[in-house]
Design a protein around this ligand. Structure first.
Ligand SMILES: Cc1cc2nc3c(=O)[nH]c(=O)nc-3n(C[C@H](O)[C@H](O)[C@H](O)COP(=O)(O)OP(=O)(O)OC[C@H]3O[C@@H](n4cnc5c(N)ncnc54)[C@H](O)[C@@H]3O)c2cc1C
Length: 324
């Protein structure tokens, strides 16, 4: 049961999650006593594949075709389908990116398989691979046991595996040329969406006070702003706050927002979903205020206050002012 990490690139640049997938594939292969390989799809991706020859991999495949230059689900599924038919990988691991979410269910369903999405961990149980997914905002972990015929397909949540744990070694690279015709492709790629330049650089802030849905209303954010001001820190937020337009997108922390590593990260009314944690777990000290003692944020918090933020935050503001 060999493992294949299917890596993502765009315009010749690696998606940073590709290396997390590579690390996961290596770990899983080691635990199963098998080999890990990697594949990268695109046009002119041989040089990228060659960059991986210093990694501990059985083989690296540049899946090369001019119709893979711009992403389309039809071309990606055609190419990967042919790849699977030729090389028979046992488990294919993907980074859980927007692109993978777009084509992986189609690829898996076409082979009567399921795509196990958003995996945060794995273990081996009696020789079987068990993949862990989070449900109900991270309150419940579900074990998914891989059963039946291979291939199996899974995508890995951002931050679940560490890119800096990719093992070094040697690997041979080869090119795989799938056969794809323009008639197979039913979508026309347009110009890529580019985010506007950010005005706030949370990445360089020493103190961040971050607010979540526990704040209940937009008007209440002023309270958390006062705490940020008292501490001399920047205000940030979880995604629902930015989605609601209560704070600008550039203040969002998490897998689809900014990654921050301040000296102090104060999470106010934030549950601690994995997508939020991956953006802030590099913080030196994490303080969480949450009325739910079982909120996942407490798992990464150095200091936790179980209580109502509307009582705790005003008292903290007073305490900070007094201390100053
Ligand atoms: C593809 C994708 C990408 C995502 N990207 C991101 C991202 O970049 N960043 C991000 O943050 N999320 C992201 N999410 C969303 C993420 O899954 C969670 O839904 C989100 O982080 C939850 O935000 P929250 O903690 O503010 O809200 P909730 O999960 O609703 O938590 C609110 C918390 O406030 C507490 N609370 C309520 N009232 C009070 C009170 N009076 N006092 C104290 N505590 C109180 C509750 O106990 C609860 O724990 C993403 C999701 C997906 C699917």
């Amino acid at each position: 049961m060999s493992i294949l990490a299917v890596l993502e690139q765009r315009s010749g640049q690696w998606n940073r999650m590709s290396f997390e997938t590579l690390a996961a594939a290596q770990q899983l292969a080691k635990e199963l006593g098998t080999t890990a390989s990697a594949a990268v799809l695109g046009h002119g991706v041989e040089a990228l594949a060659n960059e991986l020859t210093s990694k501990q991999l059985e083989r690296i495949y540049a899946v090369e075709h001019e119709l893979l230059q711009d992403y389309t689900p039809d071309a990606y599924c055609a190419a990967l389908g042919q790849f699977v038919d030729q090389f028979h990988p046992g488990i294919l691991l993907f980074p859980h990116t927007y692109q993978v979410r777009d084509f992986l269910p189609k690829l898996a369903t076409a082979r009567n398989r399921v795509a196990v999405s958003d995996v945060v961990a794995h273990r081996i149980d009696g020789g079987h691979v068990v993949l862990v997914r989070q449900l109900f905002q991270g309150k419940v972990n579900a074990d998914v046991r891989l059963a039946g015929e291979s291939p199996h397909f899974a995508s890995l949540q951002a931050g679940a595996y560490r890119a800096d744990q990719v093992a070094e070694g040697t690997a041979a690279a080869e090119v795989f040329h799938p056969s794809i015709s323009p008639a197979q492709i039913r979508t026309t790629p347009r110009e890529l969406f580019r985010e506007s330049q950010r005005a706030v650089d949370l990445g360089s802030a020493d103190i961040i006070v971050s607010v979540g849905r526990g704040i209940k209303e937009a008007d209440n954010i002023a309270l958390v702003q006062q705490l940020a001001d008292a501490l001399g820190g920047e205000l940030a937020a979880s995604r629902p706050i930015c989605d609601a337009g209560w704070l600008p997108m550039e203040r969002q922390v998490g897998s689809s927002g900014q990654t921050v590593a301040p000296k102090l990260y104060l999470a106010v009314g934030i549950s601690g979903a994995i997508q939020h944690l991956v953006g802030m777990k590099g913080s030196r000290t994490v303080v969480a205020i949450n009325k739910d003692a079982n909120a996942p944020i407490f798992e990464v918090a150095d200091y936790g206050i179980v209580g109502d933020l509307f009582q705790v935050v005003p008292e903290l503001i007073e305490a900070v002012k007094r201390a100053k």
